[in-house]
Design a protein around this ligand. Structure first.
Ligand code: ZN
Length: 65
């Protein structure tokens, strides 16, 4: 038996990570655009999701180093 010690590096696939609960994997969220004194909502603007930082995946706090 040959000593095959080929160790595979830990590959973190994006597909294996759960989708972000805030943006649902899109990486962007719709933000309300408010104008005027009354802050009337005139529309929505696409903004980067601050929960996953635009990655679209649920950040794993436990695995953070
Ligand atoms: Zn997100």
């Amino acid at each position: 038996m040959t000593a095959m010690t080929a160790r595979k590096p830990p590959v973190v696939s994006v597909a294996e990570l759960p989708a972000c609960t805030v943006c649902h994997g899109s990486g962007t969220v719709a933000k309300a655009v408010r104008v005027g004194r009354r802050h009337r909502v005139v529309g929505h603007q696409e903004g980067a999701c601050l929960h996953c930082w635009g990655t679209g995946t649920e950040p794993d706090m436990e695995g953070e180093q």
